[in-house]
Write a protein that binds this ligand. Structure first.
Ligand SMILES: CCC/C=C/C=C/C(=O)SCCNC(=O)CCNC(=O)[C@H](O)C(C)(C)COP(=O)(O)OP(=O)(O)OC[C@H]1O[C@@H](n2cnc3c(N)ncnc32)[C@H](O)[C@@H]1OP(=O)(O)O
Length: 616
């Protein structure tokens, strides 16, 4: 760990209430300081932290600086400045098999982030009081009696002579160290690579690290107070700083190529640090309160999960009986959201991966997402709901399983046959088919009519009705293995739910449109890109979803008034003359330029501050 000049470290004391398991951390530094900022990161092993107390609000929880380690259940970083003597309260719930809870306090003492880690070994205090011992004064006897003791490592003074001889300040570029601190790898290989990277121009930290390690081997018994030993199984590595030890420790736990999943939206990341950044993006102020149990949630999606899982039950005031009720969702966030839960649709899976971003998945993977009667209805209901849903600002549409969609469900379509056959007269037969065709048309048009931008993310096949769908979306992306097929002529029909009307306007190449529609040939991703059907091709589904989500997120952060009006005008202008389009937008903007969004957005641009727009 870099020890730069003018660094002084704070001593934090911890009090543990044995009965409630509540830990209070207080700044007890005796030095006089004006309001200095501290960052506290708490990492617990085999424990969960629940935040409580009014001094810390959930929106101050940010992605931890140190990557989350699956061995630890929770890892929180508070970026709230802690004013002297201010209390931070955590509820520490220990599992019965917990041997030890590790709490790392990272205490930057000034703007340049002179970070020092303080390991606290917290064990139950039977007396309800806490003893803490500065590790430098820790005797072997103390070490054996840590059962009822909180050990607070003394980091107040780092004696220069205690450093390894080769571990000199000049070796360390603080900025570089900060960089490493924020993005360090969890893989042992990379750590080792760093350590071996001695000759490279930017390897100050690595050199110091390597030398610290090699030096540590020579000095392992030198009785220096700041050596940290790896306590993982039989490993006996020693480290000069806790950070290095932790970095090393992670290598034991993370196998190479391990994946990190977002617990909120299940998105998978290669690195914990990316996952953590992503998780942060789920949080938006203000926090969400469940009206039933008054529980606060910092993530909207977690609240949704809470409601969906019906963890929260209504109590009948007369009988005292409890019942689970989805009404709760409605009272909380409006009827439209209640309709949006994945359980509401048989054939669609709806999630909210980011604030204001809805992800609709065609979800009949076993039938290759073929559109049966139910799916047509679900699509209509879903997009009409999203149109009116103030919590939705943008929609991403994709397909579950092997492909985007195999198009019209042939079995479902065949069911119409007997009904038609019942009638002898052609006009009466037609009367049966007409509502079906218009129902299907409405479903496709509901995406275009939805005032929120819809992004389609296509992987593998997008056949028949799939092309109708994507041409009704606003932004189209696909994977490189994707192909589009206007297959209707191959099954003896003319496409009738949008392809013939929209595809020519989307790609603007009549010749290509006609070739595709007449022949039913597959249009591969590269041609889809060059013809303008899609605007970006991704390597695989994972990067496709991540890329589309990123764009969706950008859209969701902008003024919903501006975005929705823009879509309205673009769709209108596509079907009207330039003058009609201009008249249309002039009529709209004479009102909407008076909206708070316009003022706030302009002020935000001028002050370079991020504007959070209210719901529309
Ligand atoms: C008023 C109407 C307006 C709308 C008009 C729309 C028209 C169209 O959409 S035209 C296009 C119709 N679609 C097709 O022609 C595609 C037919 N399917 C296939 O060619 C293949 O299934 C496909 C290449 C998509 C996938 O092949 P894969 O080997 O991966 O899967 P399969 O083993 O063939 O299928 C797996 C199960 O899915 C069922 N399935 C696939 N497509 C459809 C479909 N279009 N309709 C109904 N069911 C479909 C298939 O039967 C398999 O089911 P199971 O046997 O029960 O396992």
């Amino acid at each position: 760990m870099c020890i730069c000049s003018e660094v002084y470290f704070q001593v934090l004391s911890c009090y543990l209430n044995a009965h409630s398991g509540e830990i209070t951390m207080r700044d007890t530094n005796k030095r006089k300081r004006e309001e200095e900022s501290y960052y506290i990161q708490a990492v617990t092993e085999n424990s969960t932290y629940q935040q409580s107390g009014s001094t810390v609000s959930p929106q101050h929880i940010q992605t931890p600086v140190i990557e989350q380690n699956p061995a630890y259940n929770q890892s929180l970083l508070l970026n709230q400045p802690i004013i002297q003597n201010q209390q931070l309260l955590y509820q520490l719930q220990r599992s019965s098999d917990t041997q030890q809870n590790l709490v790392y306090l990272i205490v930057p003492t000034n703007e340049n982030i002179q970070v020092q880690s303080v390991p606290l070994t917290i064990v139950n205090d039977q007396q309800g009081t806490v003893q803490y011992i500065e590790t430098s004064q820790l005797t072997a006897q103390d070490a054996n009696q840590t059962e009822n003791t909180i050990i607070l490592e003394n980091i107040k003074e780092e004696e220069t002579e205690d450093k390894p001889e080769l571990f000199v300040e000049e070796d360390i570029n603080c900025a570089e160290e900060e960089n490493i601190q924020y993005s360090y790898s969890t893989h042992q290989n990379e750590s080792k690579q760093n350590a071996n990277n001695i000759g490279s121009a930017n390897s100050g930290y690595s050199q110091a690290y390597a030398r610290a390690i090699s030096s540590s081997k020579d000095n392992i018994n030198s009785n220096r107070p700041h050596w940290y030993h790896c306590d993982y199984k039989d490993c006996s590595e020693s480290f000069y700083s806790l950070y290095e030890k932790k970095q090393h420790l992670d290598a034991h736990i993370f196998p190479e190529n391990s994946e990190f999943k977002c617990s909120i939206c299940n998105m998978v990341f290669e690195k914990a640090v990316d996952r953590n950044k992503h998780v942060e993006s789920h949080a938006i102020p203000p926090t969400y309160k469940c009206k039933q149990c008054q529980k606060d949630f910092s993530y909207f999606t977690v609240l949704m999960k809470h409601l969906e899982e019906k963890k929260c039950s209504h109590k009948n005031p007369v009988s005292g009986a409890t019942r689970k009720s989805p009404i709760l969702i409605r009272t909380l966030i409006g009827t439209s959201i209640a309709k949006m839960s994945s359980s509401t649709f048989e054939t669609l899976h709806v999630t909210v991966p980011k604030p204001f971003v809805y992800h609709v998945e065609l979800h009949r993977p076993k039938k290759r997402n073929a559109l049966n009667e139910q799916m047509w209805k679900d699509i209509s209901a879903c997009f009409s709901g999203l149109n009116n849903n103030p919590d939705c600002r943008v929609v991403m549409l994709s397909g579950a399983g092997k492909m985007f969609t195999a198009g019209l469900d042939m079995n479902s379509a065949m069911n119409l046959g007997p009904k038609v056959a019942e009638q002898d007269d052609v006009a009466r037969k037609a009367k049966i088919l007409y509502p079906t065709i218009t129902l299907y048309q409405e479903a496709i048009s509901s995406m275009e009519k939805c005032c929120k931008p819809v992004l389609s993310a296509v992987h593998s096949a997008c056949i028949g009705a799939g092309v109708d769908i994507v041409t009704a979306t606003d932004i189209r992306y696909c994977t490189k293995d994707a192909y589009y097929q206007v297959k209707e002529t191959m099954i003896g029909m003319a496409a009738d739910v949008g392809t013939l009307q929209r595809l020519p306007k989307v790609i603007g190449n009549q010749s290509l449109v006609r070739e595709l529609c007449f022949t039913g040939r597959e249009l591969p991703a590269d041609e889809a890109l060059s013809s303008g059907l899609v605007s970006k091709v991704y390597d695989d589904k994972e990067s496709l979803i991540a890329g589309a989500l990123k764009v969706a997120e950008q859209i969701s952060e902008l003024s919903p008034v501006a975005v929705q009006t823009t879509k309205l005008s673009l769709v209108y202008s596509r079907d009207h003359s330039v003058q009609e389009g201009l008249d249309h937008i002039a009529t709209i903007n004479q009102y909407l330029l008076q909206s708070e969004d316009f003022l706030n957005a302009v002020l935000g641009q001028m002050s370079k501050e991020k504007v959070v727009f209210s719901k529309l």
